[in-house]
Design a protein around this ligand. Structure first.
Ligand SMILES: Cc1ncc(COP(=O)(O)O)c(C=O)c1O
Length: 400
């Protein structure tokens, strides 16, 4: 039996009543939640105030022309799409990507039935493992079988598409594949060849790729390739999800977008008109302004990169890990020091550093292996001084 509690619930239960021994001397440091803490761009409140009259009317689901144009321009610039007009049908604002990722699964099931003629009574949804828990919640809500595809050191921390391609029966009943690049928690990214392989599988077996690219702008050096780049102008079977939560530190503003397959988006918009949250037009105006500014994103990346440099310095050779190409998590192999749950407990108790055991972010695969075993996820979201302090305490606790 798999444990269905959320990772955060499991951690709260694990550490319930455990008080850090030196709480009086050292402030506990929380590295569990992926909530950005850098400043958001200072022009945001002004844009919202200037558009405050739009708090009165209901916004339309499809978004304002201004928002869609800003997103279209940004996608063209970021992914070098050659001025491709994405058009009204290809872009939808979201109230944060989480709701979009959830509702997309319902859209995929409806589309599979009505347009692909699939029998969805035995539908499967593919997910990475470890995974963002909303994917699983979405698959569960439509009663689809959840198929977890491990992302381990051997697979480059992404699902192994060559192995998957052999499972033709499974792929035929698949309706959606949630594919995160950059991956959460590992931070690994798909290259163009991988995206193309994935698109070919989706078209052959007629399912949707829900490419979760919400960490795409938090890269170390090289901007990760996006799935739209690999589409070469044909977006069928592809929907990408982007968010301002991580790019612009605006998690509380709740704004992102979905872009891709126009036929899917048209049908999905009808469904969304019944049940999904629209995005306020004042918020869309602020989001459009955020997508038209890259300076704050550069600054944001620099702050994360400083922390990854500090991690390399502090953790050194004793704690082996690869600096992830993107994202703000450190996926730390601590298997040399015990199992991840015990190590997380020890860190909290002895040095007041709160982290998530990797096994809580994943689940056992068909052969009983949990790919998160032996890892910790550390969110580098605090400021540099706090991050350095946390990593120094971690090192002291585990090594000397
Ligand atoms: C992998 C991944 N996808 C999506 C989201 C949702 O982000 P938001 O709803 O703020 O856009 C998160 C948030 O932590 C995430 O880690």
């Amino acid at each position: 039996m798999q444990d269905e509690r959320s990772p955060f619930q499991k951690l709260a239960d694990l550490l319930d009543g455990v008080v850090p021994v030196n709480e009086k001397d050292a402030q506990p440091i929380n590295m569990t939640i992926g909530e950005p803490r850098h400043a958001f761009p200072d022009f945001i409140p002004d844009v919202i105030m200037k558009n405050a009259q739009y708090f009165r009317p209901y916004p339309q689901m499809r978004g304002t022309d201004e928002f869609r144009k800003a997103v279209e321009d940004w996608l063209n610039w970021r992914y070098d799409l050659g001025g491709l007009p994405l058009g009204e049908k290809n872009i939808l604002p979201l109230n944060g990507t989480r709701e979009g990722l959830f509702h997309a699964c319902v859209g995929a099931r409806d589309y599979a039935r009505s347009q692909f003629g699939k029998d969805t009574s035995n539908a499967a949804v593919l997910l990475p493992n470890p995974f963002y828990h909303t994917y699983k919640g979405a698959a569960a809500a439509i009663d689809a079988e959840q198929i977890f595809l491990n992302g381990t050191a051997e697979t480059g921390f992404l699902p192994d598409l060559d192995e998957l391609a052999k499972e033709t029966d499974l792929l035929d009943r698949t309706i959606a594949f949630y594919y995160a690049s950059p991956a959460n928690p590992q931070g690994n990214v798909a290259d163009i060849a991988t995206w193309k392989k994935l698109i070919a599988l989706a078209r052959k077996h007629r399912f949707f790729i829900f490419a979760d690219e919400c960490y795409s702008e938090l890269y170390r050096e090289t901007p990760p390739a996006g799935i739209l780049q690999a589409c070469e102008g044909d977006f069928s079977n592809v929907v990408t999800f982007h968010s301002l939560s991580k790019r612009s530190n605006l998690a509380g503003m709740r704004c992102g977008f979905a872009a891709g397959d126009g036929a899917f988006m048209t049908q999905w918009t009808k469904y969304r008109n019944l049940v999904a949250p629209q995005v306020s037009m004042a918020i869309q105006a602020a989001a459009a302004a955020a997508y038209r500014d890259e300076e704050h994103v550069k600054e944001n990346r620099m702050l994360y990169n400083e922390k990854f440099d500090a991690a390399r310095r502090i953790l050194g050779k004793e704690l082996p890990y690869e600096t992830p190409p993107a994202g703000f998590f450190l996926w730390l192999d601590v298997s040399a020091f015990g199992d991840d749950v015990t190590v997380a407990q020890k860190l909290w108790k002895e040095v007041g550093v709160r982290v998530i055991p990797g096994s809580y972010l994943a689940r056992e695969d068909r052969s009983g292996v949990n790919p998160g075993d032996g890892f910790l996820r550390l969110a580098l979201v605090g400021d540099l001084a706090e991050t350095e302090e946390a990593l120094t305490r971690l090192r002291t606790c585990l090594i000397n």
